[in-house]
Design a protein around this ligand. Structure first.
Ligand code: PEP
Ligand code: MN
Length: 368
């Protein structure tokens, strides 16, 4: 149930209303918007009549039931407003959200060596990317396929972070590994195969780092939102949803079917930021640019794209990985497309911008 207070409700009254909810065993969660305060009441509110709520205070403007099974994730829970997920990286703060610049997360499927990930990170940083992705723990269909370099790969990601300041996005597959991954990652990825691993969802919900939740390959949109609800209910409000393709009947020409309709549908249902991964969504590098741009047109808030310095030699997901050169061109193309749709691509880092400006006039770059 959602309780919207009138604009200008005095702070003391807000506190009193909060206490009244507690007295009635209704667990309130307060969110403060630019002009209004909204309470979400969680728990069994089925027997609570809106008229009883209105009696609590004359400052209560509106009482509304949330009919969806996902409560905290629903757009009503934030009174129709999108929420923002704030992540600090070595280069500053990045804000994921519908009214924020579009963020790019790029990097190889797997972290293959320290040199490979540090070099790739440096190139990506120069292209204006703020987040480096790379798997240390890899969920593979076959137990005989490369499983990731685990803890060593986490150390290599830490080196890449130190060398570039890029934020780190990496997958955690097991509750036992959460502590180790949290040490290095700025965003914890929950992969498609683990979307309904409820113990893992509760565990990442009980720590503070942002969570990137990928849609399971046979998950409905409601399944995805209910999985997000687990993380939110465990106390972590920083969840980003990712559409990465679902299983349909064609596996000959594409690996998955990228469900771009999920973007506007999710937008209408949830306040959480939305990401698209066109790499797993198509499984083929040649289709990635078109779908990345289509995702921007569909209104996505961020994109995750697999990029490898030598896709032919990649230990996993080479066929869907873009080369650094192709990705660089795609960044320019995406920038044009996002401007067209009134959305700015995240700002390239300041050093790179200054470097370009100054290279026209002088060879000396001032230190910043
Ligand atoms: C990945 O990001 O490399 C990955 C394994 O993704 P997904 O869980 O979507 O398959
Ligand atoms: Mn992959």
């Amino acid at each position: 149930m959602i309780i919207v207070l009138k604009s200008g409700t005095p702070e003391q009254e807000i506190q009193r209303i909060n206490e009244e909810f507690h007295k009635r065993n209704l667990r309130p969660e307060k969110s403060v918007g630019s002009s209004k305060v909204v309470f979400g009441l969680i728990g069994d509110t089925a027997l609570v009549e809106p008229s009883q709520i209105y009696q609590i205070s004359p400052f209560i403007e509106r009482v509304k039931r949330i009919t969806h099974p996902f409560k905290r994730a629903s757009i009503e829970f934030r009174n129709g407003k999108s929420s923002e997920v704030i992540v600090s990286t070595g280069n500053g703060v990045a804000v994921f959200g519908h009214h924020c610049p579009l963020h790019l997360i790029a990097g190889p499927c797997s972290v293959e060596s320290e040199e490979m990930i540090v070099e790739t990170a440096k190139h990506l940083k120069n292209m204006g990317v703020q987040f480096l992705r790379g798997g240390a723990y890899k969920p593979r269909t076959s137990p005989y396929s490369f499983q990731g370099y685990g803890e060593s790969a986490l150390d290599w990601l830490a080196s890449a972070r130190q060398a570039t300041g890029l934020g780190i996005v990496t997958e955690v597959m097991d509750t036992e590994d959460v502590e180790k991954v949290v040490e290095v990652a700025d965003i914890l990825q929950i992969g498609a195969r683990n979307m309904q691993n409820f113990s893992l969802l509760k565990r990442v919900g009980s720590q503070k780092k942002a969570v990137l939740l990928k849609r399971g390959m046979s998950a409905t949109i409601e399944d995805l939102l209910m999985a997000a609800e687990y993380v939110l209910a465990a106390g972590n409000p920083n969840v980003i949803l990712c559409e990465r393709g679902i299983r349909t009947f064609d596996r000959q020409y594409t690996r998955n079917t990228l469900d771009l309709s999920a973007v506007p549908v999710l937008r209408s249902l949830t306040h959480l930021p939305i990401m698209v991964d066109p790499s797993h969504g198509t499984g083929k590098a040649e289709y990635v640019p078109a779908m990345a741009m289509a995702a921007i047109a569909a209104g996505v808030d961020s994109l995750m794209i697999e990029v490898h310095p030598n896709p032919a030699k990649a230990l996993s997901d080479g066929p869907q990985s873009l080369t650094l050169e192709r990705f660089k061109r795609l960044v320019e193309e995406m920038s044009t497309i996002s401007n067209f749709f009134g959305r700015e691509l995240q700002k390239p880092n300041l050093t790179a911008t200054l470097q370009r400006m100054y290279s026209k006039h002088t060879t000396k770059i001032p230190s910043i």
